[in-house]
Design a protein around this ligand. Sequence first.
Ligand code: NAI
Length: 695
Amino acid sequence: MADAVSWKIGEGVMVVTIDNPPVNALDHAVRQGLLAALEAARPPEVRAIVITGAGPVFSIGEEITKAATADQVPSLGEVLDRIETCGKQVVAALNGQALGGGLELALACHTRIALAEARIGFPEVKLGLLPGAGGTQRTPRLCGAAEALKLMLDGAPIDAVTAMAMGLLDGVVEEDLLDRAVILAGMLIGEGKPPRPTRDRREGFRDPQTYAAAIAAARAVERDDRLPAPERIIACVEAAILLPFEAGIAYERAAAEDLQTSDAAAGLRHAALAEARAARIPEAGATPRPVGHAGVIGGGLMGAGIAVALLGAGLRVTLVEADEAALARGLSRIDDLHERAVARGKLSEESREGEWARLAGATAIEALRAADIAIEAVPEDEALKAGVFRDLDRVLRPGAILATNTSYLDVDDLARVTSRPADVVGLHFFSPVQAMPLIEVVVGAQTAPDVVATGFELARQLRKFAVRAGVCDGFIGNRILTAYRSAADFMLEDGATPAAIDRVMRDFGFPLGPYQVADMAGLDISWARRQRLAESRDPAARYVAIGDRLCEAGRFGRKTGAGYYRYGEGSRMGAEDPAVIRIIEAERAAKGIVARSFGYDEIRDRCLYAMVNEGAKILSEGIALRPSDIDLVMLMGNGYPRLRGGPMKTADVIGLLPIRNKLRDWATQEPFWTPAPLLDEMIKEGRHFDDMNAD
Ligand code: NAI
């Protein structure tokens, strides 16, 4: 294996190359290699050093999917200190992305030039961390507080030209980066000036008042106070101007260590690892089928959103609707979504025209004869969907994929009405499609591996995450939501109020509580579903009819101005409504329930443990491949707070034993709470859910 760091000396300039594929991570071997290179550069004939990366990336710092080596000596901070103070001119040649520790390395060099396509950034905040190898101290010295804070608090990378305008880069070139860097190093040698360490630069401190104002402005922004990183980043950037460099570095190190061990960082890291892991599916080796032309059947809320997503990924789309009037409505929905994207600067007029040109509308399914995939998004009615699938089976070319966006229906039942069940798959999008970054790829008993792989590849093209789910009522996301809602409904009937439950779950970190979500989605849809399922319902299971009573009173949620809350003109959150309390009391009275009070912790625990218990059942049934897939669905599809990592991560943090014991306790009153056998097994074996995530 080639050395992770290699060097070559020519005409007084040593070129040091980091070659640690795929992303030139600054792991232990690379850090040692950089020190060895500095050692080799000691002789006087080496008069300047150029540091660059092999391949398309400069360096992204440490890779989170690999075992952390950050606390092994030499630390990155020490290596960067040695580079900055080595006494010779050091030029960073950014051949591609320089993120996190990679950018800190570049900032410790004395001069930086980059290829135009290179991007730089500090993504640490997204993991609940901060740039801990001098980044918070060196960056503001070059570009001031406002720009440095933006880079570190947003976590989004910026392009090379922007970085140059900010003062973080000294040059941007279109090509021949390394030759230019060597020429630049030669010029610097020729000038004969000693290198200027970034620690001694003061351009960013030129106007202390502006600097202080930027700090104050950043502090004034309202943030989730359970995320400690932003506040610590701001404090470090403030320290940069107040303290000598070494003291600032010590301050940064202490903050970095605190964050490293914070709960938020653990949750965010878990979420990031879950994202990386979800693509590991049994079908990963299969070659996706080519998809250039997609049919969408049904241009309602979901179909229009799906069509827009497909168009945005460059596909040709044919929208099939029931009749001309519905088609016109569907096309106008797509037009509206485009309009909004243009207004938000997310779509150019030119791209919009291009997308519109790739869109066709039809009222006959025959228009899909040449399609590579058809995704149906007609209303949630089994007979209707089965009819659509029969039509698709008749019309689609051999090898085309038949996909359903159903929320709950059995994908295998739909597959059975066709002559090609291997080509049938569920692609469950979340609403609103343009905002939700997730697709559950629902794999039926006979779905072919390359069809599953195509679902994942399509998700990638749509810039969404895909999670593999098995067939069951509600797959992963809706099934857990149903359990969560049951827990909440039982408390509602037993004495809690919608506002109390919603407040607790918002405090936990959900953007909305379960009843606010229900009002937003519309109560009529789930009412219709309950009516449909009424006959097959287990008569022994507890049934809370409060939602039905609200619908009978014409309260369908926000769109009708009333649901679990009352909504004034333009009000999103809704106000508590005595009429709802009366409906709840009447239901209690009818069932002979005496209201009791629910404490804050009990409300939270019942909601969370219901999710965990359902998650355990989903795992033992093989519906989800691993606990972190459940976490990802809840984070990306259902508003579970990312800093908590997902319900299965929460369970590991709380401990499975106390959760199981509480469930047992509650189950004596209500069979709903009976602990999943998997919980008992895991407790016996002393295992955590995260152990099941191991690869
Ligand atoms: P919707 O009622 O907004 O749209 C359904 C569309 O299908 C209507 O435009 C209707 O004209 C059209 N349609 C009806 N029969 C048709 C036929 N035979 N051929 C062609 N088009 C026909 O419904 P929505 O909300 O878009 O839901 C569609 C599907 O997506 C359902 O299966 C639903 O469970 C699922 N889904 C819904 C989500 C939501 O939040 N609304 C989220 C995820 C999935």
